[in-house]
Design a protein around this ligand. Structure first.
Ligand SMILES: [Fe+2]
Length: 389
């Protein structure tokens, strides 16, 4: 008997997930079911420019549902953007939010939904289960295959005063409806496809080896790893490959469901300062740290890493777990190489003398070391960054 068979596992998910080609056409029916009278669409200028908001507007228009548009979401969204969006929502008398975009737009939609019904400052709600009241109903529609924000109970904002990223974990951050339509991801450029797709892979790998993995997260994370390994290079090579996009959207959603209940790890911890210091996208910072943290973590759960190697298509038959585990790192490195993602910090112009600053930043996110399969001291963090440099 496994230790974890003695504890109660919680599985978190949105109330409904609509998944499939042209699923977005069902948005108006969902608004009606949720009782929305006026919708606020929350997005960023890039999504508007790509013409993707039209796919949401058209069904609303044909059902006569009024809406306003907030399209000023910034990457790594600062608190002031959530506040501005909330104010706009109140000025426009909207009672339902539709987030359309990558993680930033979906996270601002979550934040505005919560701030519309809760008093006080958003920063005071950062942490676990500190949101007192349910927010406005929200529908989240991703345009990347990546963050999984559409199905998770977390959103991340930037506190500009302290230059820190902070997270709100709350069941009220879960969407009422997630609409995952692979057609909404077709126009994603190759670089964004690679970065966001690897973020989803990191979610799945970190959850699969975490000490907080559950029987539910195992199934979802394992399947996500196999799907991403099989499809990400095809989506990168040819964005209009609908089958590859479909599988990547499915993988991102199920890896989001997996980590929402199962927990992340040291990749997300050590990638955090890279985003803050050098303004690299979240997915890219995770991609850089992934092989180095995996190599460090191998001895903490060789069996699971051997299974990851197998899921990624490595030949592991006849090998012991400890022999097979490093093949998972090799498979990840090969994938990153094919996606043209350099994995050394120096390739990004980051000077070696910055390592102490990164160590300090990484230690600030040490709460993510708890689910990680191997404990990290400050010296370990330094060692991993030096490997990455
Ligand atoms: Fe992530």
């Amino acid at each position: 008997m496994d230790m974890r068979e003695t504890i109660t596992h919680t599985f978190l998910s949105p109330n409904r997930i609509l998944f499939g080609i042209d699923a977005v056409k069902g948005v108006a029916a969902e608004v009606k079911q949720l009782g929305g009278r006026k919708v606020l669409i929350v997005t960023d200028p890039g999504v508007v420019e790509a013409g993707l908001v039209e796919a949401v507007k058209a069904p609303l228009d044909s059902d006569g549902i009024p809406f306003s548009l907030y399209d000023r979401v910034e990457p790594e969204p600062p608190v002031r953007i959530v506040e501005q969006c909330t104010q706009y929502l109140k000025d426009e008398n909207c009672d339902l939010i539709i987030g359309v975009g990558g993680g930033s737009s979906l996270d601002v939609a979550k934040g505005a939904s919560i701030m519309a019904t809760n008093e006080g400052n958003l920063l005071s709600l950062c942490g676990v289960d500190l949101v007192p009241k349910r927010g406005l109903p929200k529908i989240l529609i991703p345009t990347t295959a990546g963050t999984g924000s559409e199905v998770t109970r977390v959103f991340v904002i930037t506190d500009e005063a302290s230059n820190l990223k902070k997270a709100v974990y709350s069941i009220y951050a879960l969407s009422d409806v997630a609409i995952v339509d692979p057609m909404m991801t077709l126009s994603m450029p190759p670089k964004v496809t690679a970065d966001t797709g690897i973020d989803a892979l990191v979610h799945a790998i970190e959850t699969y080896v975490s000490v907080t993995a559950t029987p539910f997260s195992d199934i979802l994370a394992f399947e996500a790893i196999a799907l991403i390994a099989e499809n990400i290079t095809m989506a990168f090579a040819k964005g209009e490959n609908v089958e590859a996009r479909y599988n990547m959207s499915l993988a991102a959603t199920i890896s989001g469901l997996a980590f929402s209940s199962g927990g992340l790890g040291a990749v997300h911890a050590l990638s955090n300062p890279l985003g803050i210091e050098y303004h690299l996208p979240h997915g890219r910072t995770n991609a850089i740290m992934l092989p180095h943290v995996m190599a460090f973590n191998l001895i903490g759960n060789p069996t699971r890493f051997a299974q990851i190697a197998e899921a990624m298509g490595e030949e592991v038959e006849g090998l012991s777990p400890m022999e097979a585990a490093p093949l998972a790192v090799e498979a990840v490195k090969e994938l990153l190489n094919q996606l043209k993602i350099p994995i050394q910090l120096r390739d990004y112009g980051i000077p070696e003398k910055d390592i102490p600053k990164l160590v300090e930043g990484g230690m600030k996110v040490s709460r993510l070391f708890v689910p990680n399969p191997r404990n990290l001291t400050q010296e370990d963090v330094d060692e991993v960054y030096r490997m990455a440099w």
